[in-house]
Every structure is written in structure tokens, then in C-alpha cells.
Design a protein around this ligand. Structure first.
Ligand SMILES: Nc1ncnc2c1ncn2[C@@H]1O[C@H](COP(=O)(O)OP(=O)(O)OP(=O)(O)O)[C@@H](O)[C@H]1O
Ligand SMILES: [Zn+2]
Length: 287
């Protein structure tokens, strides 16, 4: 059985054809233009295949509240051409197939859970630290959606006293994303993160914020594994710093037996989003 996956990002779309084992047989990507041009490309790519369903992990905010008429629509986005775009029905109309929609991070979480670093865990939290910060949670094969999807990147964390940066979240200033995303690092230090690799203090502060967030997520969700990916985590020295800080903050309140197995890097070489989108099509099959 072949299914289609779409990783719908704000800057690029990735489309792939694969099967339920996570095997991808064809893949393409193109820049995200307006909805008309972009969905035209999607249609062109999938036209060569006989698919049974399509899964899409979408940038947002996207309405995932099934009780609303706007279910499946992109809500208030700065990408004006996409505002109010009914992604779900558009795909259903174009392909006349079942379409499974979730957020981009939930799809990535599902990809790692099924095929990657969460394969042997009953639940996992996937955090991406990139242009934005987001997280998705999967338990027993199902992604978590509340009334609408969570926005875990915007939680409040304690700012370290010596950090005078006001934060760059347009809504909250110094929320987690405002203090620890890639653009926050760039704004605080006047340089992109990849040029700050040898500055230990930069990554200690970054780990301080990410560790607080992980402690909060852990106390609320109790995931079996935490997977952290995204551009900023290319700084591999962050992993031990975060692991150490989480243990310190937790202060043995909850015992974490093996921190190296608990907080880990992704395992799907940047394919967690697209493989997760494919896996979304299994949602009703109990696979
Ligand atoms: N090697 C690196 N070290 C530190 N920061 C990096 C590195 N590579 C990329 N970044 C930062 O990561 C951010 C981009 O993240 P990512 O590559 O995950 O892209 P993205 O898909 O735009 O992010 P998002 O998932 O938020 O949409 C940029 O702010 C960039 O400066
Ligand atoms: Zn915020």
C-alpha cells in the first residue's frame, strides 16, 4: 500500500511517497509559494502514483479542533496568502482520498516514535529548536492534540539573572522561543549560532533554558524519551549540557535512571517530519 506524505513548512514543502514501514520510494521538495502554486506542485508530484491516503504535517497555527467549521484551516499566520487557507479540504478535493492532518512537530514526533529514536519507547516528546521552538508528544502511537494543538515553545521560563536580553517573541518577549530559538541567539549575540560554536557560555545559557522547559514538559507529560532536534541542536555540545542541567534542576525529585537514554538526538537524518507525515495515515488503523 502506497501513501503520500507532505511536510508543509513555512519556507519549503517536502512531499514523499512511501509505505507503512517508513520506507520512502520517491521524494521531492520545493519552496513554499502561495497556496495555489504550492498545491499545484503537490498535485504534479503525486500524479504518478496510486495512493491510498495522504498525511500532512503542517506549519501553523492550524485549526485542529474537529468541532469547528474551520477545522483543517491555517489560522492567523504572517504568511498572508496562507491565512484562512483550508489545507485539509483542498487536499481532499484535489486527490479524493482520506487526508490526515496534524502539526509539523506532532508529525516529526510520530516519525521518530515509529521509526527513529523513540522506536523502543511507549511515549516520546520531540522538541525542535530552530527558527521557532515547538514540541510534539506521542503516546501509544497517537499524537496529542488538545482542544487545539499545544504550543509548547511559548512556555515561560525563568530568565537567568545575568541575561539582559529582552527576548524576541512578538507575543511574549522572553518566553522559551523568545530566549532560546535560533533567531534569539542571533539577536542576543549579534551572530548566528553556527558562528558561536566555541563560546561555552552561549551553550550553557541555551542549555539552562532548554533544561527548564524539559523539566516542565516532563513534570506534566512524563514522557519515556525526549528527543531534541532542529538547527540549533546541530551544536552537539548542547546534549550533555542539557542532560546535566535537567538532573540538577530536578534535584532527584523524579528519578531519571539513565539520562543519556532519556534525552537524545533524533535518529532520522532530518526525515522525521516527512516519515511522520506518512505515518499519520495509519492513525485509524491501529498499526
Ligand atoms: N550549526 C548550527 N548551530 C547553531 N545554530 C544553527 C546551526 N544551524 C542552524 N542554526 C540555527 O537554526 C535556525 C534554523 O533552524 P532549522 O534548521 O531547524 O530551520 P527551520 O525549519 O526554519 O526551523 P523551524 O523548525 O522553527 O521551522 C536558524 O536560526 C539557524 O541560525
Ligand atoms: Zn512566545
Amino acid at each position: 500500500m502506497l501513501v503520500g506524505g507532505i511536510e508543509a513548512g513555512g519556507t519549503k514543502f517536502v512531499c514523499a511517497v512511501g509505505d507503512q514501514t517508513g520506507k520512502i520510494i520517491a521524494k521531492t521538495s520545493f519552496p513554499t509559494e502561495g497556496p495555489d502554486e504550492t498545491f499545484q506542485e503537490v498535485k504534479r508530484f503525486f500524479a504518478d502514483y496510486s495512493l491510498e491516503a495522504i498525511g500532512i504535517g503542517s506549519f501553523g497555527p492550524v485549526d485542529l479542533d474537529k468541532t469547528r467549521a474551520t477545522y483543517g484551516t491555517i489560522l492567523n499566520t504572517p504568511k498572508l496568502k496562507w491565512k484562512n487557507c483550508d489545507v485539509l479540504n483542498r487536499l481532499k478535493t484535489d486527490f479524493q482520498l482520506p487526508v490526515y492532518l496534524d502539526t509539523d512537530v506532532n508529525a516529526a514526533a510520530l516519525g521518530e516514535y515509529k521509526y527513529g529514536a523513540g522506536k523502543d519507547a511507549g511515549s516520546c516528546l520531540y522538541i525542535t529548536v530552530g527558527t521557532g521552538i515547538g514540541a510534539g508528544f506521542v503516546k501509544d502511537g497517537k499524537t496529542y492534540i488538545g482542544k487545539n494543538h499545544p504550543e509548547m515553545g511559548h512556555i515561560l521560563v525563568q530568565q537567568r539573572e545575568d541575561d539582559k536580553f529582552a527576548g524576541n517573541c512578538a507575543y511574549h518577549g522572553s518566553c522559551l522561543e523568545g530566549l532560546a530559538s535560533g533567531p534569539a541567539i542571533e539577536k542576543r549575540y549579534g551572530k548566528k549560532g553556527n558562528l558561536l560554536a566555541d563560546q561555552q557560555d552561549v551553550w550553557e545559557l541555551e542549555a539552562y533554558y532548554l533544561a527548564q522547559a524539559i523539566m516542565n514538559y516532563y513534570l506534566i507529560l512524563s514522557p519515556e524519551r525526549v528527543i531534541i532536534g532542529g538547527g540549533v541542536m546541530k551544536q552537539e555540545q548542547l546534549y550533555p549540557l542539557i542532560q546535566e542541567k535537567v538532573l540538577e534542576l530536578m534535584n532527584r525529585y523524579v528519578a531519571i535512571e539513565n539520562i543519556e537514554d532519556f534525552i537524545v538526538a533524533p535518529n532520522l537524518q532530518d526525515e522525521q517530519g516527512i516519515k511522520g507525515a506518512i505515518a499519520l495515515t495509519l492513525r485509524d488503523k491501529g498499526v
